[in-house]
Ligand binder design. Structure first.
Ligand SMILES: Nc1ncnc2c1ncn2[C@@H]1O[C@H](COP(=O)(O)OP(=O)(O)OP(=O)(O)O)[C@@H](O)[C@H]1O
Ligand SMILES: [Mg+2]
Length: 346
């Protein structure tokens, strides 16, 4: 896909704004981005549902923009919103799809039964689609996408709204397809899922590609190679913000932030007043005194976490703070995503 642009009629900006990337055969490729980033539009163009404004795109070597009809037999798509035919039963939806792709009656009947069974829909196979739950609808659309043998499978938010059982089940099917050599392009908002499932991930926003790499390489690239999370209690009289500032001053700490504190912060003066009156009113939850409040601090490091444990502990010792818990970790794909796309809502 090269320099792909899509501007919807009357829209002030491009929904897809010069996207170029390639997905290798047999790969699971995750397309991530905030709401409205242009993921579904991109999938729409690649699956011939949306007409591109400019640029070029091929799927399995077939030009989806100039020769959509020929391209359609090479891929299958599970769209974000149901496009099942509500005038047909679930079983008929499956059979009809295979008929459209030119499969024989014997093949399509047998394949439909097999998939209905595999997806736990045999008993509901002849009901009205209107009676299907969200998860059943999703399973039926995935079953439909497997009725013909596609080279490339597009899944637009396939696990949104699925219960954990269906989610695990779906990922087993997706891995099976990948093992059979099917290329998979998916979108998701679940960062853990994206990191676990995708060989490579592309992060888009405002129709542009911000990053494209393996999940591991993306997280390593984030400022700081590691994260150190401390649960500490500042010494009596010390202030948590001053303590964090001192920790951020340690050589090798790129950035420090307070994650959460135990209980809502209450000004020391208010607590002193409560104490003078015989302690907090009974309706208030018990909470540590301001001086003894435990805080969780996250430090983003630009070197290995183990090397900084010593210096960090020295700072805590010097200030008389008590350390309750330490966690070493890598930044997550979600950290990368927020770092690239910001915290604002779309
Ligand atoms: N049919 C349409 N007509 C006009 N504008 C559209 C249409 N479909 C999408 N858009 C606009 O194009 C932009 C990209 O939308 P798109 O659905 O591709 O985003 P997305 O990344 O899939 O978002 P989400 O995560 O919410 O599914 C948005 O600004 C959206 O409002
Ligand atoms: Mg979408």
């Amino acid at each position: 896909m090269k320099e792909l642009v899509k501007r919807y009629p009357k829209a002030p900006v491009n929904a897809v704004d010069g996207l170029s990337f390639e997905v290798a055969p047999g790969e699971i490729f995750g397309l991530l981005g905030p709401n409205g980033a242009g993921k579904s539009t991109t999938i729409g163009v690649l699956t011939t549902r949306v007409k591109a404004t400019s640029g070029s795109a091929t799927v399995a070597g077939r030009d989806v923009i100039r020769d959509g009809v020929r391209a359609r037999s090479a891929f299958a798509v599970v769209p974000q919103r149901s496009n099942l035919d509500r005038s047909l039963t679930p079983r008929q939806n499956l059979r009809f799809h295979a008929a459209y792709h030119g499969f024989s009656r014997a093949y399509r009947n047998a394949r439909a039964d097999e998939l209905l069974d595999q997806f736990g829909l045999t008993e509901a196979a002849d009901k009205k689609i209107d009676f299907y739950s969200g998860g059943m609808t999703q399973r039926l659309m995935i079953a439909r996408s497997m009725m013909h043998e596609p080279t490339v499978l597009f899944l637009d938010e396939p696990t949104t709204g699925l219960d954990p059982q269906s989610r695990i089940f779906l990922w087993e099917r997706v891995r099976e397809m990948r093992d059979r050599g099917v290329t998979i392009v998916l979108t998701t908002h679940d960062m853990d899922e994206a990191a676990e499932m995708s060989d490579r991930v592309g992060i888009v926003d405002h129709g542009k590609l911000l990053a494209l790499d393996t999940p591991g390489a993306l997280t390593r690239r984030l400022s700081g190679q590691a994260v150190l999370e401390l649960t500490v209690t500042p010494a009596p009289g010390d202030d948590a913000d001053k303590l964090i500032a001192a920790l951020t001053d340690v050589d090798g700490v790129a950035r420090g932030e307070r994650v959460s504190s135990a209980g809502p912060a209450i000004p020391a003066a208010a607590l002193a007043m409560m104490a003078a009156r015989g302690g907090p009113p009974p309706t208030m939850p018990a909470m540590p005194a301001a001086d003894g409040a435990e805080v969780t601090v996250r430090l983003y490091l630009d070197r290995a976490a183990a090397a900084l444990l010593g210096p960090v502990v020295s700072v805590l010792d010097a200030r008389g703070a008590t350390l309750a818990n330490v966690q070493l970790g890598d930044p997550s794909l979600e950290d990368v995503f927020i770092d690239l796309t910001g915290r604002g809502l779309r």
